[in-house]
Design a protein around this ligand. Structure first.
Ligand SMILES: Nc1ncnc2c1ncn2[C@@H]1O[C@H](COP(=O)(O)OP(=O)(O)OP(=O)(O)O)[C@@H](O)[C@H]1O
Ligand SMILES: [Mg+2]
Length: 511
């Protein structure tokens, strides 16, 4: 493992890569004579800094206005406020000035609701007896009065590229070292590369916040930071909270049976993560797990993420549905976009039938949701692996089951003898119980038709019974609990049989 020492000086200049193009593009807009440039961003200081570089290309006076600082000139060291802090006074200044200039108006959006401010700005934009200024509106969210729309060009800040992100991490490392009496930050270059790749798609300020947290936590950048990046990034992206970050992924070692599913996932791991590339092999896109309740579908979904070694996010399909018209689709779009921003990751839609049930009573919302989901499944470019789980196939829309939607549809049936043996072992081990002390074959025979969840419940109940007797867990406690259990497969034999029959012709057995 290569450890590089961060010793690059902090410069603070954005004159690199994407930032350089940004300066260039803004200068072109100014030269082209656009009267109003609108920049929606939370990164005001960065925009102001960028304009300091822009004027080196266009040579015009640069003014800055905010309600707190009033109007000031930035390209010359003038201490004085040039106009009173009122927004209209700043516009008045522009009207009067005969030299064409650039005015950066920060958080000005709110004032555009006032007729005088809107009118003044329009007159300036239309060059009514004033110089050809460039007015730059900067704010997180700017609502324009319709009469200004025609005069405005919108400018989107570029997202930082890999080189800039790497520089940003080194800058933060430098700052850390300065604050910690010269203590250098150790940077594992392989981890750094992965972190940088993971941060693509983030705004500069957000990336900087994450980099700072990673470094200031322990003074190193290494493999341990990778899950942390995913988590921090997730928190940034998913502020409305329809996706849930699942901190506990599982390993396939925690899942009994499902051998065919395990092999399928294992064979595709390296292609999905991009570790290897092979001609003719498309990256895997997703799985549908259908099956009997309590047999490990949810557990397997978690294990897919564990096996791929990527974060797991769960989409709460039920919560997607919003009572406000049009919000549901918007929620889905935002959630899928967030999942893509977190890629590579596994997106888990648990009990998907609940969110897609085709009912006539919802104005076609669930139809449109399904349509959007199907389009996304077909067209997504980012490595987001979809794992959907469902119990009730009768409520699944047939479009979802059509060939080619999912890479594979697996049926998770009641565990076989061998799988039940494994379930017992796994759950004994998890509770530090030596399974050698039990006659497993008798337990396996007695639990025919039990799901994994039911076997787990037998063990838990037997432990309580033993505890009540003040005795160590014995075979008879287990057999007693097994006798007392009416498994679902018996209680709902018809449903389970129907499901199995349906599955044989349409799915692949997971075990
Ligand atoms: N194959 C299995 N291997 C190990 N444990 C299992 C297995 N199947 C079920 N279990 C145990 O039962 C619990 C519940 O299983 P899980 O939630 O994965 O089932 P499910 O198929 O998703 O059920 P549901 O349809 O009710 O959502 C698991 O957390 C695990 O402890
Ligand atoms: Mg489940």
């Amino acid at each position: 493992m290569l450890i590089a020492q961060a010793a690059v000086a902090y410069t603070g200049h954005p004159q690199r890569g994407a930032a350089m193009t940004e300066i260039h593009d803004l200068a072109s807009l100014i030269r082209a004579g656009h009267p109003i440039i609108l920049i929606e961003t939370a990164e005001e200081p960065r925009v102001v800094e960028t304009f300091r570089h822009v004027i080196a290309q266009v040579w015009r006076p640069l003014f800055h206005w905010s309600l707190t600082a009033g109007l000031r000139r930035l390209d010359m060291d003038l201490e004085d406020e040039l106009a009173p802090p009122e927004a209209t006074a700043a516009l008045g200044h522009a009207r009067e000035s005969s030299q064409r200039s650039i005015y950066l108006l920060c958080d000005f959006g709110g004032y555009l609701r006032f007729p005088l401010a809107a009118r003044l700005l329009r007159e300036i934009a239309e060059r009514q007896q004033c110089a050809a200024h460039t007015m730059v509106l900067i704010g997180t969210q700017i609502e324009l009065p319709s009469e200004l729309e025609n005069h405005v060009v919108r400018f989107a800040l570029k997202l930082p590229d890999e080189a800039e992100l790497a520089k940003l991490i080194r800058d933060e490392a430098f700052l850390y070292s300065r604050e910690h009496s010269g203590k250098r930050v150790e940077i594992d270059s392989a981890a750094m590369k992965k972190i940088v790749r993971n941060m693509l798609g983030l705004k500069l300020a957000d990336a900087r916040r994450i980099a700072r947290q990673l470094i200031f936590r322990d003074g190193v950048i290494d493999q341990k930071d990778l899950p942390e990046v995913a988590k921090l990034k997730f928190e940034l992206l998913n502020r409305d909270g329809l996706l849930h970050f699942e901190y506990d992924t599982a390993a396939f070692a925690d899942v009994a049976g499902l051998s065919r599913l395990k092999r399928w996932v294992e064979q595709r791991r390296a292609i999905f993560t991009g570790e290897t590339r092979a001609a003719g092999l498309d990256p895997p896109k997703g799985l549908l797990l259908l099956g009997v309740q309590g047999c490990g579908k949810s557990l397997a979904a978690k294990a897919v993420a564990g096996s791929f070694g990527v974060p797991l996010v769960r989409l709460d399909f039920g919560a997607l549905y919003n009572k406000y018209h049009g919000e549901t689709e918007k929620n889905l779009r935002a959630s899928l976009a967030n999942a893509e921003a977190l890629a590579p990751c596994v997106l888990w839609c648990d009990e998907i039938e609940k969110g897609l049930a085709t009912s006539d009573s919802d104005d076609g919302v669930s139809r449109r949701v399904l349509g959007y989901l199907l389009t996304w499944m077909a067209e997504r470019r980012k490595p987001v692996f979809l794992v959907a789980t469902a119990n009730d196939v009768s409520r699944l829309p047939p479009e979802l089951l059509r060939k080619g939607r999912f890479d594979e549809i697996f049926f998770v049936d009641l565990p076989t003898d061998a799988a039940r043996d494994e379930v017992f072992r796994l759950h004994f081990e998890r509770r530090d119980i030596a399974w050698e002390a039990f006659e497993l074959s008798a337990l396996v025979a007695a639990t025919e038709g039990f799901s994994g969840a039911e076997i787990e419940q037998v063990i838990v109940s037997a432990l309580y019974a033993a505890h009540a007797d003040n005795l160590p867990l014995a075979q008879r406690h287990l057999l007693e609990e097994i006798r007392n259990t009416r498994p679902l497969s018996i209680l709902m034999a018809e449903r389970v049989n129907e499901l199995r029959e349906w599955a044989t012709s349409r799915t692949v057995p997971a075990d």
